[in-house]
Design a protein around this ligand. Structure first.
Ligand code: BGC
Length: 719
């Protein structure tokens, strides 16, 4: 009998159930917790709380140690609690929201950022982070798109695996590293009408093709924990969904790690209407192999009875508890229940130069230059620059899931520009400070005057941080408040106006696209956002981000995504003016305003010589594809070379384009590089009507470029 088995053999049923519960630290230190309310409402006793196996969200190292010490004093088995938190895009030094970071197409940057977060969070007492979030998305109305890497599973998987490497570091048992939890399994991003927590209806084929690969990539990268999603999937909430939890996760994928419910998700089986009471909810979750119940109390109240009634065996309980004990052992908690938490170290790490440098690079490489008529980069020699708008000097640019990040730590665009040019060259005006007020024009005159006085304007617009994130969905994707009107007046006063956006989702920027000569989206860039923006605007850095989620022309196009299937009546690209009886709109384009993969640079990259090693692929041979990329400009720059394919005829309708590989390269002025990809038979596979993951013989097109603009194409056959 090993150490853990021995431990398990001496535990009472109540002790065991304790290991399967997690509560908010607020229930230990204050009187109530968000959503679930006070412990009395949850029917929890002090003994229950003392027996609970893990905690989420705590305020300080001291609080964590106090809770742990008290627990260890009382726990007859001396099993440490584990401490978990949402460390999503930084702990105190904040890097771009995941939707932004994805646009870097840069796993190395994602890994570096995760290291920064892991070091700060671990020193602060966190042992497990509820990240990566890999929900596949197509609908910009959904507030949680900001937490995702967008509409391409390949990019999502690559970035998430990099994050996991970054968080786990040289071993999750070591201080400085965190364990990860992949979420929200599965399909949460398909919420109908882009409304959070709403039902998701997708076919199993669609689910497997687009939604599941992100989660699977995380398990392959070693994520030890999985969090099922809040939504119902094809009629059954994930936590109670046998197909998702038992068939796919545990059996097909062989996942033997810990499953933790989302916040109160077991309790929410009641309002979903699939459980009549808490006991039934606990039964549904436990039989679908949910190990830890987060924040509700169905397991504490009913699991013992369910075992006594013979619904479950004690062996089943033991199996779940053993998964949790093994996880704690993996975390090294039996040797060090504080996991190296060190408040002084944390203070030294927070916002240190090294961490700031990492997040600044990440912010710059995540920014996407959406439009540039030649205005950008601005010259540092300009006499006067106006930095205008509600985001000109706005510190609220960390983004929704910024953990312990503080707004006051961020640099604003005004600060960044002033640092580059000096005080005397910069004027500023807010224009319309109240984004919740559709009549706020009080600052317009001052903004217009500042614009007139300047040689160029940097107009900083956006959404407040809490317009995206959990529960923050929108039916209008335009800039809130009077910002569009402000843009009209400022651009009329000074046509040399570059717009800088701060946003947690793709916005409807159709008006800006028409009237502004340049648009740069910074997303929510985090601590160094303002400095990064200034360096991009003045050409100290060259934009290289590419969209991972399409910007629609307007909200009516949602959901919209690049890898859509063809219809029988497509709107042919070669006939852009053709109208009637085609799959399109009479009042809007069919394609997005800015598509997946799109993003400009100050360099000019030329592609040539797309060469295939063969025009025939067999089931066990690959094709080598190479392309030349030349930087035809006098600026060094980075380019994301994107390889797409289309399967021209399939037994099920295939997408018109599908990213199969990408590589980010750096090119000096005038430099040319050859980029090579290996196209394998596996890349051509899809799920057929029988659920088989297969490739089919026939013709394929390979395309280089971004999703709605291919510069080079070639054909080959799978024989
Ligand atoms: C969110 C999760 C998060 C959890 C714990 C839930 O409301 O859906 O993403 O990890 O809370 O904070």
């Amino acid at each position: 009998m090993n150490r853990l088995e021995k431990l398990l053999s001496q535990m009472s049923i109540h002790d065991k159930i304790g290991q399967l519960t997690q509560y908010n630290a607020a229930l230990y230190t204050k009187t109530t917790a968000e959503i679930t309310g006070p412990k009395a409402k949850l029917g929890l006793t002090d003994e229950d709380l003392a027996a609970a196996g893990s905690i989420l969200n705590f305020a300080s190292v001291q609080e964590m140690k106090d809770i742990q010490d008290k627990h260890l004093q009382n726990d007859p088995n001396k099993i440490p609690m584990s401490f978990m938190m949402d460390v999503i895009h930084g702990y105190r030094t904040i890097f771009p929201i995941p939707l932004g970071l994805g646009c870097s197409f840069d796993p190395e940057i994602a890994e570096e950022c995760s290291r920064v977060a892991a070091r700060e969070a671990s020193a602060s007492g966190v042992q497990v982070t509820f990240t990566p979030m890999v929900d596949y998305v197509r609908d910009a109305r959904w507030g949680r798109v900001m937490e995702t890497c967008g509409e391409e599973p390949l990019v999502t998987g690559a970035l998430a695996a990099a994050q996991i490497r970054g968080f786990h570091g040289d071993g999750m048992e070591k201080p400085g590293n965190l364990a990860t939890c992949v979420k929200h399994y599965a399909g949460y991003g398909g919420a109908e009408a882009g409304r959070d927590y709403n039902l998701v209806e997708v076919s199993e084929r669609e689910l497997r093709e687009y939604y599941l690969p992100g989660y699977k990539a995380c398990l392959d990268a070693g994520a030890p924990m999985v969090m099922p999603s809040f939504n119902s999937l094809n009629g059954i909430p994930s936590i109670a969904n046998p197909m998702l939890m038992q068939k796919i996760l545990r059996q097909e994928w062989g996942f033997d790690g810990v499953v933790i419910s989302d916040y109160n998700a077991i309790g929410e089986l009641l309002p979903h209407g699939v459980a009549a009471d808490q006991k039934e909810a606990a039964k549904l979750a436990f039989e679908n192999t949910c190990d830890i119940e987060m924040c509700s109390s169905g397991y504490f109240h009913h699991l013992e009875a369910l075992i006594k009634e013979g619904i479950f065996t004690e062996e089943q309980l033991d199996a779940a508890v053993m998964r949790v004990l093994k996880f704690k052992d993996q975390l090294g908690l039996f040797d060090d229940p504080y996991h190296g938490a060190d408040a002084e170290l944390a203070e030294r790490l927070f916002l240190c130069d090294e961490h700031r440098a990492v997040v600044k690079k990440a912010a710059a490489e995540s920014a996407v230059l959406l439009k540039n008529d030649g205005l950008l980069p601005l010259s540092e020699k300009l006499n006067k620059v106006a930095v205008i708008g509600p985001f000109a000097d706005n510190h609220g640019i960390n983004g929704f899931w910024s953990c312990n990040g503080k707004d006051e730590d961020t640099t604003t665009v005004l600060q960044g520009v002033t640092a580059l040019l000096g005080d005397d060259k910069v004027v500023t005006a807010v224009g319309c400070g109240n984004l919740w007020d559709d009549n706020d024009t009080a600052g317009f005159a001052e903004a217009v005057a500042a614009a007139k006085e300047a040689d160029a304007v940097i107009l900083c617009l956006g959404e407040p941080q809490n317009y995206s994130g959990e529960g923050n969905c929108r039916t209008d994707l335009r800039l809130p408040g009077m910002q569009e009107e402000l843009a009209k007046q400022v651009i009329a006063a000074n046509p040399n106006t570059a717009v800088v956006l701060f946003n947690g989702r793709p916005l409807d920027v159709s008006l800006l696209h028409k009237i502004a000569p340049a648009i740069l989206t910074m997303w929510f860039p985090g601590t160094e956002g303002g400095n990064a923006a200034a360096e991009l605007i003045f050409g100290k850095r060259n934009p290289c981000g590419k969209l991972t989620m399409s910007f629609p022309h307007n909200v009516g196009q949602c959901p919209i995504y690049y890898n859509h299937p063809n219809t029988g009546r497509p709107r042919w690209r070669s006939q852009p003016d053709h109208r009637g009886y085609a799959s399109d709109y009479i009042d809007c384009a069919t394609l997005p305003l800015y598509s997946f993969g799109y993003g400009l640079s100050y360099s000019n990259f030329q592609y040539s010589d797309l060469i295939l090693s063969s025009r025939e692929m067999t089931m066990d041979s690959n094709i080598q594809v190479s392309v030349k990329v030349r930087n035809d400009s006098d600026r060094a720059g980075k380019e994301v070379v994107q390889l797409y394919m289309r399967d021209l005829v399939g037994s099920v309708v295939r997408p018109v384009q599908q990213l199969i590989a990408f590589e980010k390269i750096s090119l000096e002025p005038g430099e040319e590089k050859t980029v090579s990809f290996t196209v394998t038979e596996e890349m051509l596979r899809f799920y057929d009507m029988e659920g088989r993951h297969i490739s089919e013989k026939g013709d394929f097109t390979l395309m280089i470029g971004h999703a709605d603009h291919f510069v080079l194409t070639e054909k080959f056959q799978l024989v």
